[in-house]
Write a protein that binds this ligand. Sequence first.
Ligand SMILES: [Ca+2]
Ligand SMILES: [Ca+2]
Length: 243
Amino acid sequence: MVSGRSVRPGGTDFKIDRVIAVAAVSALILLIIIGLRAIVDRVAGANTPTLAGIRLLAPDDRLVTFEDFEMGAPGWTGGALDQSTPAFGGILGRFGGTGGRERISRTFEIDPGSQFAMVSFTLHAIDDWGLEDIVVYANGVEVLRRSFSTRPGDENRQRTAVADLPWIRAFVRDAPRSGTERGFGSGSDAMADQSVAVSMVLFGPPEELRIGFGSTLPGDDTGTASWAVDNFQIITTAQRPED
Ligand SMILES: [Ca+2]
Ligand SMILES: [Ca+2]
């Protein structure tokens, strides 16, 4: 006889004995626990603010704005809109030099109960940059600058500088296709286009938060080099974001 089974004489139906029944129930309980754990982990992950990748809104998050500039760029002081190149799509830009000062900005209303504002966007450095900067401001204070160049030998000389202030943290990483030729001027390595994704967390944001941009490119002209902003998003939250 097969261990664990009793067979009725002359019959084909089996009576599962208690050992197998207990094992089956135990396996079922284990599967339920694993399933519940996976759901709990997923919910916990969605609730944990993070600076990496796409963020799902947690219950205490508030989406203040998301702008992809495909329909326009309303509300931006000094703003411009470019939709001329399919590889870039709609972008807030293009801009030239601003003497390193804030020239493009928009002010957002922030819920007074918000403890953190996560501000994220893409910066495009288009065509021939020679290690000039794009500068980012929060309420007129410089919080971040990043230099760009695709000229041969310049790659390792590019720099990101985050202001040493207690109320900001920021991270910059290359966006997809950065360093390739995507549009506007072309024909040399120097004319390749770069894109970085910027994520900033502002601690204790003011109720009126102005985010601004400028550049140290020489002159207003956008023919040789220019820059633009895209995928601009602000989420406020009561939970401290993780790195
Ligand atoms: Ca866009
Ligand atoms: Ca280009």
